[in-house]
Design a protein around this ligand. Structure first.
Ligand code: SF4
Ligand code: SF4
Length: 406
C-alpha cells in the first residue's frame, strides 16, 4: 500500500465505534492476537493471500476504506469470528467486515451468484428462483411417497396448515438437490406426534443479506419469513440445519426487524433432542454402529452458542461422539463460510481455506463425521473427497431420522 492517507471522514469509519464492544475499532491495541487465530492456510491461492484481521481493523480505523476494499480481504474472510474469541477489546470481526462489505464501492466484489441469489430471493422468495408452483408440486410429490416411508397411509408432508404447532423452514438444498433430507425431517416431525407444516409463502432459511452486510436486505429477507409465519399462527419456527440462517433468525432477528416475532425459534436438532428428552422420540443407536466426530459450524456454535444439543442428539443415534481438536469456541471453520460456498467459482480456493479443517478431520482418524449445517455438510464432503480422507459426512438431523424408532 503506497501513500495511504488517513481519512477521518471515511464513510466506513463513521459506521463504527457506536457500540461498547463489537464495532469499537478505535480501541484496537494492535496486539495481533487476532492474526494468530485466523485459520487461513499459510499460503496464497492465485491472488488470494487471506485476511489479516489486525490489518482489516487498522485499515478501517484509519479510514482507509478504498485500500481495504481493494485488498481482497473482505470476501476472503470467512466471517468465522475465530479471531474475535481472543480479542482483548471485544472487536468482532464479522461486524467489522460486514460493514466494509456494505459500502457501495464494495458491491462489485459481491459474486455474480450472490447477487443473482439475492435478487431471486427478494423477487421470488427463494435464492434458486424456486416458484410457489414448483414448491407445491415438489412437496405434493414427496408427500405421496411419505406414507410408505413411515408405513402409515395417512401420513403426509403438509403445507400452509394454519394453526400448526411447528413450521419447518427448509434449506433451499432440501427442495432441490437433497429432497431426501426433507423427507427425513418429515419423519422426525411425524415421530413427534404434533401438528406441523411447511409454507408455500417462504421456502428459504438462508439470508444472503447477512453475507453482503446490508442490513436492509437482511431485514427484508427476515420479514419474508416472519410475516407469513405469523399469519399461519404457528407456535414455533423450526429452522433447517443452517448455520448462518440460525444466526440471523435466532440471534440477530429482533435487532433486525425491531421487534419480537410472535413465535419461538429453534432448530430441528434442538427440537428433536427436546422430544427425545420427553421420551416421545426414541432412537436406535445400533443403526450407526460406529463413533462419529462432530464439527461445530461457526455460525451455530461460536456465534450463536449452540454447542451441546447437536452433540447430545448425535450421541443417541450412534456408538459415540468424538471431539475434533480444537473444538467448540476454538473450532476451525470448514473453510466455506462467509458466503464463500455460495460462489460457484470458489471450489479451488475452498479446498485451501478448508485445508486446516481437512487436516483436523484426518487427525481424528475416524470414518464418520456429522455436522448441523447443510453448507458445512457440503464443504466437508468436498474436502473429504479432495483430500482422499474417505470420511462420510452426514448431518446430525439426518442421522437422527435414520435412527428413529417409529
Ligand atoms: S473472521 Fe475468521 S477468516 Fe475472518 S479474519 Fe477472523 S479468523 Fe480469519
Ligand atoms: S486482537 Fe483485537 S485489539 Fe488485538 S489487533 Fe486484533 S482487533 Fe486489535
Amino acid at each position: 500500500m503506497k501513500n495511504a492517507i488517513i481519512n477521518q471522514d471515511a464513510e466506513l469509519l463513521k459506521m463504527h465505534n457506536h457500540l461498547l464492544t463489537g464495532d469499537n475499532i478505535s480501541e484496537c491495541l494492535t496486539c495481533g492476537a487476532c492474526n494468530s487465530r485466523c485459520t487461513w492456510f499459510d499460503g496464497a491461492v492465485d491472488d488470494h493471500k487471506g485476511p489479516i484481521p489486525r490489518q482489516i481493523v487498522r485499515m478501517a480505523s484509519l479510514g482507509l476504506e478504498r485500500q481495504l476494499v481493494d485488498s481482497g480481504m473482505l470476501w476472503d474472510c470467512l466471517l468465522c469470528n475465530r479471531c474475535t474469541e481472543v480479542c482483548p477489546m471485544g472487536i468482532t470481526m464479522d461486524v467489522v467486515v460486514r460493514k466494509a462489505r456494505s459500502l457501495d464501492m464494495a458491491w462489485d466484489l459481491v459474486s455474480g451468484d450472490m447477487q443473482k441469489g439475492i435478487k431471486n430471493r427478494l423477487e421470488l422468495g427463494d435464492v434458486n428462483a424456486f416458484t410457489k408452483e414448483e414448491f407445491v408440486e415438489t412437496v405434493e410429490w414427496i408427500s405421496e411417497e411419505f406414507g410408505d416411508d413411515v408405513d402409515d397411509p395417512d401420513a403426509e408432508i403438509p403445507y400452509d396448515r394454519e394453526g400448526s404447532k411447528f413450521l419447518y423452514l427448509p434449506n433451499p438444498r432440501e427442495l432441490g438437490l437433497n429432497l431426501l433430507h426433507l423427507t427425513a425431517m418429515g419423519k422426525l416431525f411425524y415421530g413427534m406426534k404434533e401438528t406441523w407444516t411447511l409454507s408455500s409463502a417462504h421456502t428459504d432459511v438462508t439470508n444472503w443479506g447477512y453475507f453482503v452486510g446490508k442490513d436492509e436486505i437482511a431485514r427484508k429477507m427476515a420479514l419474508m419469513v416472519v410475516e407469513p409465519a405469523e399469519k399461519l399462527g404457528i407456535e414455533t419456527l423450526v429452522l433447517s440445519e443452517c448455520g448462518h440462517g440460525y444466526h440471523v433468525l435466532k440471534v440477530l432477528l429482533e435487532d433486525l426487524i425491531g421487534r419480537k416475532p410472535k413465535f419461538n425459534v429453534t432448530s430441528i436438532p434442538e427440537l428433536a433432542l427436546e422430544y427425545a428428552k420427553k421420551g416421545v422420540l426414541k432412537f436406535d443407536a445400533s443403526v450407526h454402529p460406529y463413533t462419529v466426530a462432530y464439527h461445530d459450524p461457526c455460525n451455530l456454535a461460536r456465534k450463536s452458542g449452540v454447542y451441546d444439543a447437536p452433540r447430545e442428539l448425535l450421541a443417541l443415534c450412534c456408538e459415540g461422539v468424538v471431539e475434533l481438536s480444537p473444538n467448540r469456541e476454538d473450532a476451525i471453520c470448514c473453510g466455506g463460510g462467509g458466503g464463500m460456498i455460495q460462489d460457484s467459482a470458489s471450489t479451488k480456493i475452498r479446498m485451501t481455506t478448508g485445508n486446516p479443517k481437512a487436516m483436523q478431520m484426518k487427525a481424528a482418524g475416524l470414518k464418520h463425521l456429522a455436522t448441523a449445517c447443510l453448507s458445512c455438510h457440503r464443504q466437508l464432503g468436498e474436502l473429504s473427497k479432495h483430500y482422499n480422507l474417505e470420511i462420510k459426512v452426514d448431518t446430525v438431523a439426518a442421522m437422527a431420522s435414520e435412527s428413529l424408532l417409529l
